[in-house]
Every structure is written in C-alpha cells, then in structure tokens.
Design a protein around this ligand. Structure first.
Ligand SMILES: Nc1ncnc2c1ncn2[C@@H]1O[C@H](COP(=O)(O)OP(=O)(O)OP(=O)(O)O)[C@@H](O)[C@H]1O
Length: 389
C-alpha cells in the first residue's frame, strides 16, 4: 500500500454529547450559533454553527488555539455579542436578545475588571446592588462570597492594594455573589505567573466542588487547565466545534489528529491499517507490523477499514527506548535531549518514518549523544489509532 488516497474516507466523527447532559435538562444551550463581525468583504466569521449543551453542575472547558472562537462563544452566552443566527438558551428561556444584566450570569475575565476606586467589599456588592438585593442582606452575601475565595479579611482594601492573584479571587467572588446558576470564566488564570496559576487552579477545583449546582463554561488555550477542571472539553478549531467529549476520552482516544496534538501533544505516526478485530488493531509502519488499540466511541461506531492511511497516536511518555536491534524495535537516531527535571525529552528520527520526528519522555536525567543509534518501541497499550482525515 503506497499511502496514496484511495477515495475512501473514515466515517466522519460526530461530536458526542455525553456526561450529565444525557440525563438532565441543559442549563446552557447553544443552538447552531453563528457570529459574524463586519460585512461584505471584511466579514469575519468568529463562530460558525456552534451547538453545545452544558448541564447543571457540569464544567465544560472551551479549549482551542488563539482566534478559534472561544471568547466569541462566551460573549454570545453572556450577551456581549448578538448571534447573526442561531439561539442561546438558559434553562428553557431563550435569551438570545436579552441584555447581559438580565441574564443572571456570573462572568470572570482575564483582566479582573475590578472597579479601581471601589473597595473590595463594594466591588463584590456591585451586582447585588444592581439587582436591588435588600441592603440588610448584602453584607452577609458579600462575606459569604469573599469567604468562598479565602479573602474575607480583605473587604476594606482597594484593588490596587492586592496582588494579581488576590484581585482575581475578588473578581471570582464578585461573580459568585449573585449566586449565578451559570458561571463563565474567560482565561481567568492567563495574567498570573506560572506558580500562582498552579495554586489558583487548585482553588478553582475546590470551588467547583463547593458549587455542585453551578454550570461552568471555562475558556482556555491551556490543555492542563482544561484537563484539571473540566468534566467535558469542547475543542475549538477555526471558529467551529471540532470535538467534544469527557476529558478522559479525548485524552485516551482522540477522535482527530488536531485534538490529539492540541490536548497534551502527541506523536502522530503515519501508518496503514492492516486489520482490526474489536479494539485490537494491526497496522503497518513503513512495512513493519505494529499492534495498537482501535478505539470505539461509547456511542456510534468507527469502521476501521483495511488499507486506509491513519495515524498512530503515541504520547511521548509511552514511547520506549531500547538497545539497538532489540526484538520488535525500530532503528532510531537521537536528535536532541532536553532535561526537564523529573523527565528528559528525547527527540528521535526513526528509519521507517521519513520526515517525522518522535518525542520520547523518559524518567530522570538521561544524557544521550546526538546521532547515537537506539531502538524504539511503540507499546500497543500506549498506541491508539486516529483517523487520518
Ligand atoms: N470585535 C471583533 N471584530 C472583528 N473580528 C473579531 C472581533 N472579535 C473577535 N474577532 C475575530 O473572531 C475570531 C475569533 O475570535 P475569539 O476572540 O473568539 O477567539 P479566541 O479563541 O477567544 O482567541 P484568544 O484565545 O486569542 O482569545 C478571530 O479571528 C478574531 O480576530
């Protein structure tokens, strides 16, 4: 088999809507939402035909590269942009034309957007006053929201007297004070340094557990945040929804090469399917047979036909280095080694894979000379078939 396209294609992947949404009415519904900015030749389709449902208590991450439409989806839900077509619903209520303040949604953005001249407590009280919550109740609600983010002692400070991480906690408290059924977070950790991001990620995980009824939509381009926080991940590409599934499913059996690479980086090795029985696949890499996993979705079926070009998705930690010529190994050559503390990233070329570099993460500090010949194996339990198209 030459790898020349045969005209046959793998069945297209239909994004599955799984998790809590299967069993309960959605709190958030995007129904074929399209948003276009500008007109005529200058038109930009920021979001195209976007359909997604989020259930009560569910957290969905919108993950994708810059410009893929994530923020536009969030703005359409919050009411900051009006869809060109399609509709947005909160519960059973169509809110497509409703002003933002009438939607009752909590919103947290990257830049905190606190009022600089207002004390922390007044910032948090802002949404409550706007909703004419009785004055006697406001104090208790502000304290409750500040306690949720561990900032109860800071009510009298001004935002400029707080660190970036503390300001973001206040922005979260302000969003929570109105006790929203829906919380939108747009890259809330992007402005923080790496260490603080880690801490805040832990706090957001805790907060999520403390709000079991709140539906959350979390926009990020950071796959680590999406994996840590989300029940499901919606992967965006070119203004469209590319794939949506549980974080675990997308990681373990990515339905497309784009999602495989975007979610955690993956080696995508061109191969040809030889035979599939159940979920056990026999593939050929440059004529050499390899055993792999042929994933099947929970819903639907992927017919892995013989002779079709596909990719073998092998995460760097699953690639095994052996002595040259070891049984079942490919001959490979070291390109570079980068020590990362607890692991070393080794980049290799493989004789049978022309033009493809393979990354392997091995434990510890592994020094190898560039150009040295080694063996490399792709264990079947760490090698998953991904459609080529
Ligand atoms: N107000 C606007 N006018 C014109 N085009 C816009 C406007 N806002 C966004 N766009 C365009 O729409 C597309 C999607 O933008 P969006 O902000 O939704 O992407 P994103 O995935 O959130 O990106 P990032 O991660 O960089 O924030 C981009 O091509 C962007 O340039």
């Amino acid at each position: 088999m030459s790898g020349i396209p045969t005209g046959r294609t793998h069945p297209s992947h239909t994004p599955a809507v799984r998790g809590a949404t299967e069993y309960s009415a959605p709190v958030i519904t995007f129904d074929r939402v399209t948003v276009a900015y500008g007109r005529g030749r200058g038109v930009t389709h920021a979001l195209v035909d976007f359909t997604l449902r989020v259930a009560r208590g569910e957290t969905v991450a919108l993950l994708g590269p810059s410009g893929s439409g994530k923020s536009t989806a969030l703005k359409a839900l919050a009411g900051f942009v009006r869809p060109t077509s399609g509709s947005v619903r909160l519960g059973s209520r169509d809110v497509t034309g409703l002003p933002p303040a009438k939607r009752g949604i909590g919103v947290v953005v990257q830049s905190y957007a606190l009022f600089p001249h207002m004390k922390v407590a007044d910032n948090v009280a802002f949404g409550l006053r706007a909703r004419r919550v009785p004055r006697a109740e406001i104090g208790a609600r502000v304290t409750e929201a500040l306690e949720m983010v561990g900032m109860a002692a800071y009510g009298k400070r001004l935002p400029r007297e707080l660190s970036g991480g503390q300001q973001q906690r206040i922005a979260i408290a302000r969003a929570l004070a109105i006790r929203p059924a829906v919380l939108l977070l747009d890259e809330p950790l992007a402005a923080l340094d790496a260490q603080l991001r880690e801490t805040m990620l832990g706090e957001l995980t805790r907060l999520r557990a403390a709000l079991p009824d709140t539906a959350m939509l979390y926009v990020t381009h950071d796959q680590g945040e999406a994996l840590a926080l989300a029940d499901r991940i919606a992967v965006m590409r070119n203004s469209r929804l590319a794939d949506v599934d549980t974080a675990e499913n997308l990681w373990k059996r990515p339905p497309s090469s784009f999602t495989a690479e975007f979610l955690g980086g993956a080696n995508l090795l061109p191969c040809t399917v030889t035979r599939v029985i159940g979920t056990s696949a026999r593939v050929s890499i440059g004529g050499v047979p390899v055993t792999a996993t042929a994933p099947q979705p929970d819903i639907g079926h992927v017919a892995w036909e013989s002779d079709l070009p596909a990719f073998l998705c092998v995460r760097p930690h699953a690639v095994t280095l052996t002595a040259p010529g070891a049984k079942g190994s490919f001959a490979a050559r070291i390109v570079s080694t980068v020590w990362r503390g607890s692991t070393t990233r080794i980049t290799l070329t493989v004789d049978e894979l022309e033009g493809v570099q393979v990354d392997a993460d091995v434990a510890g500090h592994d020094q190898r000379t560039p150009g040295a010949v080694v063996g490399v194996q792709f264990p079947s339990d760490g090698s998953v078939l991904v459609p080529a198209a």
